[in-house]
Design a protein around this ligand. Sequence first.
Ligand SMILES: N[C@@H](CCC(=O)N[C@@H](CS)C(=O)NCC(=O)O)C(=O)O
Length: 210
Amino acid sequence: MAVKVYGSAYASPKRVIVCLIEKGIEFETVPIDLVKGEHRHPDFLKLQPFGSVPVIQDGDYTLYESRAIIRYYSEKYKSQGTDLLGKTIEERGLVEQWLEVESQNFHPPIYNLTLHVMFASVLGFPADEQLIRESEEKLGKVLDVYEERLSKSKYLAGDFFSLADLSHLPFTQYLVGPIGKEYMIRSRKHVSAWWDDISSRPSWKTVLQL
Ligand SMILES: N[C@@H](CCC(=O)N[C@@H](CS)C(=O)NCC(=O)O)C(=O)O
């Protein structure tokens, strides 16, 4: 039975979809329109009580939080498709470390940029220019750490592509595209090479065509 992924048009669900493709897991998408407020409908809140996407349904198993979902499938199907967790417990530790960095350091400023540059007008609130400037500055500092790390290893957790890299795909795609701040990637040689590598994976190209 195919895994149902709710909200596939948005960035966080794309984190899940690219993982499912890397793992060779069959899925179908269920549209949720955030602009129309479908994520606040009582039926949706039964699946995700905090009202955000993604949620997956796998038979009678329901799971939300994109990073929990990608960890779940990478572990459940460890030997199927791309191994996204590392071969040793030490590699796994580094995958987890960089997944946390993505979630705790990289994500907050890039989420603010996404909301205020891409979605303010569509959601009907004024973009906060000061927050945009501060978020850009914070993200730049995070990317400086990435530049240093990626000067020593090809990918974040080591010399293998993992969930830590994959988790960056959807929002970095916004950064280089609609947010209009590609210079933040291109001005850092190793980050730039890493982005070219991970964003040219067939799985991500498939997501972009969905
Ligand atoms: N921590 C959640 C965050 C998901 C998230 O921020 N989803 C956005 C779309 S990319 C959303 O549903 N926004 C609507 C809202 O939160 O009201 C996850 O990773 O699954």
